[in-house]
Design a protein around this ligand. Structure first.
Ligand code: HAM
Length: 434
């Protein structure tokens, strides 16, 4: 291969270019704010962990672990995997740092990249980002409703409309076993019509047949109807009813979905997905309860529930609904300079404005580039400095809204900028000025 040949981004990966950043900033900032207000604390975890962590939590026979995980041996021969999701790492850290000895529940949130060797298509990448919440140590049904409420609040804060929560219950581990036998009996009747993969799944992990996307299997699984929920035991049914009552009290828009099982093995009781209604319903995130999983990973018998949303899919939904994203990096004034002498003067002007605590933006590009940047940043005021203004010891102050311009003497500039901003109702808190 020629060394000059262009190297392209690997399939399924993407660059997030400057134009997209406002969405990422909007999602990340709002997530930190909503999660923190709801009492969650941030955790940052490694992007790869020992392969066994995911086998023992997400499940060895799930598509995620058996087909989609990036697995490699490190130089010591240990098997490592790029994390395909965030829950397993959070639980590993909870156990490892003895968080169960602290007052419960422990509420954690995370934001970061996940990796799955999925078939790339619209909204599906091999490296994608998730925002996630996990509550550990609270088995109460109210906790399920509160997590869902936080998730719904976040989406509404983002400006998304037509958000629906699809919800189901898989019951206790015991009840789940009964549901799986009923499902196995149902699917066995159609065994010969299932794809080869699902015939194998039917033997080792029948719930996963419900994840199959082939039309052949779908036409069978769509007939599953209420097989699962009909086999839910009384205790689990009661618990689920409580969750739904709390959601009613909170006026959360939910829909029962008796076929919802989610593609990961660790769920018990409540499972749910967040859907954005549109031309085509778009699933942007999902979660559920996983009582028993912490114990399964070598920790104490502690309950847990969580949620993870896809950043890229949520951004797609915002774009589809044409939600207006405010510019989160607001500046008060943009300084434009024309020519070498003006550039030097602009350094002093920027410094003077900076010193009193104003948010000053500038750029060193061509005039066109500077003007386009100023309009993109949506600053209320622009200062223009040309050669003439250098000699006359003044600048042009332009109001970006009504496009009026006036010439201001250098010595009056800071005062004048603050006055203009205050007239516009922009609350500037200058550090000091004469
Ligand atoms: P999940 O349903 O596997 O759940 O993933 C959650 C979300 O991540 C999906 O709804 C989707 O938005 C996004 N996502 C998944 N795969 C891709 C992909 N290939 N490309 C783009 N986005 C993707 C979990 O990961 C669980 N850990 C959620 C959870 C937290 N359950 C309890 N706590």
């Amino acid at each position: 291969m020629s060394t000059k040949q262009k190297i392209q981004i690997p399939r399924g990966l993407k660059d997030v270019l400057p134009d997209e950043q406002k969405y990422w900033f909007w999602l990340e900032n709002n997530f930190y704010s909503v999660a923190s207000m709801a009492g969650f604390e941030r955790i940052i975890l490694p992007t790869f962990e020992s392969t066994n962590l995911f086998k023992r939590s997400v499940g060895e026979f799930t598509d995620i672990v058996s087909k989609e995980m990036y697995v490699f041996k490190d130089k010591s021969g240990n098997s490592m995997a790029l994390r395909p999701e965030g829950t397993a790492g959070v639980l590993r850290a909870y156990i490892e740092h003895g968080m169960h000895a602290l007052p419960q529940p422990i509420k954690l949130f995370y934001w970061g990249p996940m990796f799955r060797y999925d078939r790339p298509q619209a909204g599906r990448f091999r490296e994608f980002w998730q925002f996630g919440l996990e509550v550990l140590g609270d088995p109460n049904p109210l906790c399920d409703a509160l997590v869902i409420q936080t998730v719904v609040k976040y989406h509404s804060k983002l400006g998304l409309k037509d958000v629906v929560v699809k919800i189901n219950s898989l019951g206790t581990t015991k009840s789940r076993a009964k549901m799986i036998s009923a499902l196995t009996r149902f699917l066995s009747k159609h065994k010969k019509d299932l794809c080869a993969n699902c015939q194998r799944r039917l033997k080792i992990n029948p719930l996963r047949v419900l994840d199959c996307k082939t039309s052949k299997c779908r036409s069978i699984t769509e007939e599953t109807g209420t097989v699962l929920i009909d086999n839910l035991d009384e205790v689990s049914k009661k618990r689920f009813t409580k969750v739904l009552e709390y959601l009613d009290d909170m006026q959360i828009n939910y829909e029962l979905d008796p076929g919802l099982v989610r593609g990961l093995d660790y769920y018990t009781h409540t499972v749910y997905e967040v859907i954005v209604r549109g031309n085509k319903d778009l699933a942007i995130g999902g979660g559920g309860r996983y009582d028993g999983l912490i114990e399964q990973l070598g920790g104490p018998d502690v309950a847990g529930i969580g949620y993870a949303g896809g950043v890229e899919r949520t951004i797609n939904a915002l774009k589809e609904q044409a939600v207006n994203i405010p510019n989160m990096i607001q500046s008060d004034v943009f300084v434009i300079q024309l020519g070498a002498k003006a550039k030097i003067k602009s350094i002093k002007v920027i410094n003077d404005l900076d010193r009193v605590g104003l948010r000053v933006a500038s750029s060193i590009g061509s005039i066109r580039a500077q003007l386009s940047e100023a309009s993109k940043m949506n600053t209320p005021l622009t200062i223009i400095i040309g050669e003439q203004e250098v000699y006359d010891k003044n600048v042009i102050l332009r109001d970006m809204k009504d496009r009026s311009q006036e010439t201001i003497l250098d010595r009056n500039l800071v005062k004048m900028v603050i006055k203009k901003l205050e007239e516009k109702g922009i609350n500037v808190k200058p550090l000091s000025y004469d």
